[in-house]
Design a protein around this ligand. Structure first.
Ligand code: HEM
Length: 316
């Protein structure tokens, strides 16, 4: 029996990948590729990630004011009445009809909201009202930080921020470049703080295992698993602006005479900076399949494990 040619295989693939047709009232349908069909290959290779994060591609959907779920992610069809941006166009899923699925928690607001939802559940109930975990045996309010422990935390945090900031500078995957110069960078700030401690006569420790192993994990993910890498990117920067700041204030009151370190200062309005990064993550995630999004969300727990080990250095 003759083996199928590559063209024949390709043809089969096209048939297997449903397409979505937008029927214009009087002209031929415009064919849009099924977003699922774009994201068959997992984990992503560098070039597909680049293509899928391409704003021009994403703007195709945006111009018509629909995102992946609107163009029939679930195979449902939707019609838009007169007077809206589609002017009476009917968007039809040519794929086999499947039951519409429920939104993931936070999905309607964008992928970052999904990430936030997962992260909040991993908090202990005593620190955040959305938290689902039992309070720690040693709640933060009862922490007895030491300068030595805090310095270890700052040094190891710098190793982690150095890694994140280096990854986006190198941008092995072009989409990482979106996250350069966000204004959230912490590496230089930490360098200033450590220099200040040195000038006060403190010995700056060498990086230790929690920071080094987290850095290694981030490095590896950045090379082979962009959705998981971005999960850490989000959690590290956003956690620092929330719980991280709170912890910083408590530690400063106890051992630094209330001095606010550079680590907890941002050059611009923090809400604006965070919103900008939220938008960018949302945009990149628009190019991910549901499977990739879930994979990203599943990494949240590891992010908590690694960051939790860093935080515990404060009381070591
Ligand atoms: C003892 C440690 C921690 C405390 C006290 C803490 C506390 C908080 C608090 C109070 C919030 C704000 C809740 C709100 O917006 O209503 C928050 C948000 C958040 N935390 Fe934590 N947290 C801690 C550890 C962590 C860790 C280890 C991570 C992950 C690495 C993390 C990730 C986040 C994220 C992603 C948010 C949402 C930020 C946003 O929406 O802007 N937190 N945390």
């Amino acid at each position: 029996m003759a083996l199928p040619t590559s063209q024949a295989l390709l043809k089969d693939k096209q048939i297997a990948s449903p397409t979505y047709a937008i029927e214009l009232p009087s002209s031929k349908p415009i064919i849009f590729m099924n977003p699922n069909a774009q994201t068959r290959h997992f984990p992503l290779n560098k070039s597909t990630f680049a293509v899928r994060s391409n704003k021009a591609l994403l703007s195709i959907g945006k111009a018509f004011k629909f995102g992946p779920s609107d163009i029939g992610f679930e195979g449902q069809s939707r019609s838009y009445g007169r007077g809206n941006s589609l002017g009476g166009l009917v968007v039809k899923a040519a794929a086999t009809a499947e039951k519409p699925r429920k939104n993931y928690p936070g999905e309607a607001k964008g992928f970052v909201e999904e990430m936030r939802f997962v992260a909040m559940k991993l908090h202990t109930r005593d620190v955040a009202k959305e938290g689902k975990k039992e309070p720690d045996a040693q709640p933060i309010g009862k922490w007895e930080p030491t300068i030595e422990g805090y310095l270890k935390f700052l040094v190891d945090s710098k190793v982690v921020y150095d890694t994140l900031e280096d990854v986006v500078q190198k941008a092995t995957y072009p989409a990482y470049a979106e996250f350069r110069n966000t204004g959230l960078e912490r590496s230089e700030k930490l360098a200033k703080d450590l220099e200040w401690f040195r000038q006060q006569g403190h010995i700056i420790p060498e990086p230790s295992s929690p920071g080094l192993s987290y850095s290694k994990h981030l490095q590896e993910l950045s090379e082979k698993d962009p959705p998981a890498f971005l999960c850490h990117f989000y959690n590290v920067y956003f956690a620092h602006t929330a719980g991280g700041r709170m912890i910083g204030r408590k530690v400063a009151e106890k051992i630094l005479d209330g001095r606010e370190l550079e680590f907890y200062k941002w050059e611009e309005d923090l809400t604006t900076l965070l919103n900008r990064v939220r938008e960018k993550i949302n945009l990149v995630a628009e190019g991910w399949s549901r499977e990739e999004k879930n994979h990203c969300l599943e990494e949240t727990e590891k992010s908590f494990d690694y960051s939790g080990k860093l935080l515990r250095l404060i009381i070591s």
